[in-house]
Design a protein around this ligand. Structure first.
Ligand code: NAD
Length: 354
């Protein structure tokens, strides 16, 4: 075995159906007495549940969290933190809400409790992406890591099947790239393989039994592991390309990850046989690319970039931007090969015949 470095992220994790009810206890452990609850605009019912669990420790709800963490929204939330005298935040929701909690922690050092209700996986990473004047910048700092993460499976039952599927493919993408990251290691590989196994198993059952707690637990458990993978490694072509496409054409986050992943995996596959072998075991297949595409198709998610708003004449711009700066990827990425990849993803070409 090669030598390696594994950087664990210090977070206390509570997992399971009904763990949300322990939110008050966890706030008390952190010494919090004035907690602001964060959520996205449509999710005030989740925030109200969190406020109930906090009891007298809740001082208010800020329901303005938005995708890509715009700094203007963070500034409004910071004003609420100040006027309410909050000494901690609870972010209940998907990656948009977790992002806002992180942006507040970056500026105030206030403790955060994250309660993820999607599978996007921001909660276990020291990564924060923020948008100012339409430009998204990403930084890594331990300051943004939530102190406590409560994965209450019950809270994910209301996530509609299409959103659940898209979010789960977003999680799988973290594991795939962690398996071939330059800083991968045996611990990350274990988490990645188990994360994909758990998610893929659940995705086969989600459409028929979307409210089943076992299915939801498998998805959330897998998403936690995939989030750990994202936090512990350096991502490659897939994440770089999705970031570029999202920024250039304002494409939806989880959809973009879902569409692009099979094409990047296919592009890298021959260079990373060990990663492919692990994915094959996790998905119980001999062809992970085809299995991924078949699974996506069975869940009726968008399969082509043209279907989520990317213009055809945007391909050259995307390739130019994605190849402008060097980044980690196991196979060298040149403009010609990347153009072909993006064209295939734009059309939704499907897997190549082998
Ligand atoms: P999101 O948080 O915007 O949630 C998507 C939609 O699902 C929203 O409308 C939300 O209100 C709704 N929703 C959430 N939970 C629900 C529930 N239980 N029931 C019903 N509806 C529910 O999107 P996301 O995909 O979770 O996160 C995407 C964002 O997270 C992006 O901004 C992305 O950049 C960021 N992200 C960051 C990291 C990181 O490490 N920094 C990692 C992954 C994603």
């Amino acid at each position: 075995m090669d030598s390696f470095v594994y950087q664990a992220q210090a977070a206390r994790v509570l997992f399971g159906a009904g763990t949300g009810a322990r939110l008050g206890e966890e706030a008390q452990r952190l010494g919090l007495t004035r907690v602001l609850v964060l959520c996205t605009p449509g999710r005030t019912e989740l925030a109200e549940r969190a406020a109930q669990w906090l009891g007298s420790r809740a001082v208010g709800v800020f329901d303005g969290a938005t995708m890509h963490t715009p700094v203007a929204v963070t500034e409004r939330a910071l004003a609420a933190v100040k006027s309410l005298g909050a000494d901690g935040v609870v972010s209940i929701g998907g990656g948009s809400t977790t992002g806002l909690g992180k942006a507040i922690a970056l500026r105030t050092d206030l403790p955060q409790i994250a309660m993820p209700t999607t599978y996007a996986g921001s909660e276990m990473t020291p990564i924060l992406g923020e948008t100012r004047d339409g430009v998204k910048t990403t930084q890594r700092t331990a300051k943004v890591l939530p102190e406590v993460v409560i994965y209450d499976v019950e809270l994910t039952r209301s996530l509609p099947v299409p959103l659940s599927a898209l979010s789960a493919f977003n999680a799988i993408a973290h594991a795939v790239e962690a398996l071939y990251a330059p800083d991968t290691n045996p611990i990350v590989s274990l988490m990645a393989q188990e994360g994909v196994r758990s998610i893929v198993k659940a995705l086969g059952r989600i459409a028929a039994t979307p409210h089943d707690l076992g299915v939801r637990a498998d998805l959330l458990y897998g998403a936690w592991l995939c989030s750990c993978c994202l936090g512990a490694t350096t991502m490659g072509l897939h994440h770089k390309l999705c970031h570029t496409l999202g920024g250039l054409f304002d494409l939806p986050h989880a959809e973009t990850h879902t569409i692009v992943l099979p094409y990047v995996l296919e592009f890298n596959a021959r260079t990373v046989p060990d990663a492919v072998a692990r994915l094959a075991r996790a998905m119980e297949t001999d062809d992970p690319v085809r299995a991924l595409i078949d699974l996506e198709r069975s869940l009726h998610v968008p399969m082509a970039l043209r279907d989520v708003g990317m213009p055809n004449d945007g391909i050259a711009r995307a390739v130019a931007q994605a190849t402008a700066n060097p980044y980690a990827n196991p196979r060298e990425v040149d403009a010609g090969a990347l153009t072909e990849l993006v064209e295939r993803a734009w059309r939704g070409a499907g897997a190549r015949a082998h």
